[in-house]
Every structure is written in structure tokens, then in C-alpha cells.
Design a protein around this ligand. Structure first.
Ligand code: ZN
Ligand code: ZN
Length: 229
């Protein structure tokens, strides 16, 4: 996708390698009426492009109240400190990835892959356990701990009247010792994801898959690639 996109009536793509920064993950924005929720923050501490993309949709970046970090990698949290500082949003991450982000660990955050340093970011809400709900404005987000790619990876499910969307980010891996990846955990995680009731899979880099059958086919192709099917 070469430009910002409306994926569902209140869900938008506002960042990606094509529309914000070549190193960016896919960055999603959910309009929660009085507040905005951002899912991941891209690679760079310069958040102007993502902010401008949000403005072009007629929304105000100052209204971002919540930033979900799906995991600790720099391509997902490189802009987190800037968003938090500029817009006063609270950052949310699983406790098993929280320290890597706060301490800008070069190995665990994958910063060494991008040859740049992560600006450390305070995590305001540390998720613990395997599953929970977070209310933002008029929306309820369900998070699930889906370790494998990193120990503290989470996936987020949002049910809307127009469809259910699963933000599962780095479903495709990779798995590296530097990330503390654990492929056996990933297999369990993706098998848990395919059982969820969703219509759209919003991936972290590789696109948006719908309907569910196509998303499951994609997830299964990942399992096949790593020899787990
Ligand atoms: Zn990524
Ligand atoms: Zn990653």
C-alpha cells in the first residue's frame, strides 16, 4: 500500500516502509472517538511523517492517548519516546519486553540490525499474564500474550460493528538468539491466533489479510516455512 489507508471505518494504516520510513513496521491507528490509539510507532524518533499522515486523515495526533507496543523491536518502538513526549500518550507493553524498551537493549530490540540506537522509552503500563482487556475511548482492545518472536510479543484483537481486526505484527518471525526468540512458543502462539474470531489480520510488515481464510492461509504458510506443518 503506497498511502495511508482506511482498513475499517475507524482503523487506519498511518505508517509503513512505503508511507513513512523505509525501516518502519506497519503502524495502525484506531479512532476511539474522544481518543486515538496507536499500534506501534515505527523505527525513527522523527515522527513527523506518521503525524502528518494522521493529520491528513483529518485526525489530531495530540489526541493519541495510548500507544500499544506489540513488542520491543526498534522498527516498532523507535518512535515511542517521541510520541509519548510530544502527545503525552501512555505506553503499553508486556512486562517481558518492557525492560528492553526502557533500557534500549541493543540486542533484544534489534537495534543492531538497523545500525541505529533506540531512544529508550518509559513503559507506563506493563501487561502481565496471558490475556486482558484495555479500554480506550469508546473501544475495548483485547490483548493476548503471543511470545515467540520475542518473549513479550502481544497481539491485539479489536471487535467493531464492521468487522474484527487482529493486529498480530511479526507473525512471520524472524527468530534469532539475540531476540531471545523461542520458536516452540511461536508455534503455540500462532495456533492460538487462528482460533480467534477475526475477519482481518493486520500484519507488522507484510500486509493486511482478509477474509479470515486468507489470513489463516498466510499464517499456515509461515508454519510451513519453518517446518511446523
Ligand atoms: Zn518488525
Ligand atoms: Zn520484530
Amino acid at each position: 500500500m503506497k498511502q495511508t489507508a482506511r482498513i475499517l471505518p475507524k482503523v487506519y494504516l498511518v505508517g509503513s516502509s512505503e508511507i513513512s520510513n523505509s525501516g518502519d513496521c506497519m503502524v495502525y491507528l484506531v479512532d476511539c472517538k474522544s481518543e486515538l490509539a496507536l499500534i506501534d510507532a515505527g523505527v525513527s524518533s522523527d515522527i513527523n511523517k506518521i503525524s502528518n499522515n494522521i493529520k491528513r486523515l483529518g485526525l489530531k495526533p495530540q489526541n493519541i492517548s495510548t500507544l500499544f507496543a506489540t513488542h520491543c523491536h526498534i522498527d516498532h518502538v523507535g518512535g515511542a519516546a517521541s510520541f509519548r513526549e510530544n502527545y503525552g500518550c501512555k505506553t503499553i507493553a508486556h512486562e517481558l519486553d518492557g525492560n528492553a524498551i526502557e533500557q534500549a537493549d541493543r540486542g533484544l530490540t534489534g537495534a543492531f540490525v538497523y545500525h541505529q540506537d533506540l531512544i529508550p522509552c518509559k513503559i507506563d503500563v506493563r501487561l502481565s499474564g496471558s490475556d486482558g482487556k484495555i479500554r480506550v475511548g469508546d473501544k475495548t482492545f483485547r490483548w493476548l500474550h503471543t511470545p515467540g518472536h520475542t518473549p513479550g510479543s502481544i497481539s491485539i484483537l479489536l471487535n467493531t460493528s464492521s468487522g474484527n481486526i487482529l493486529f498480530a505484527q511479526d507473525v512471520h518471525g524472524p527468530f534469532m538468539p539475540e531476540f531471545n526468540s523461542k520458536i516452540s512458543d511461536w508455534v503455540k502462539s500462532v495456533k492460538k491466533l487462528v482460533k480467534l474470531d477475526f475477519d482481518i489480520l493486520a500484519e507488522g510488515h507484510l500486509g493486511i489479510y482478509r477474509p479470515k481464510d486468507r489470513a489463516v492461509e498466510y499464517i499456515n504458510s509461515c508454519l510451513t516455512r519453518y517446518g511446523y506443518r
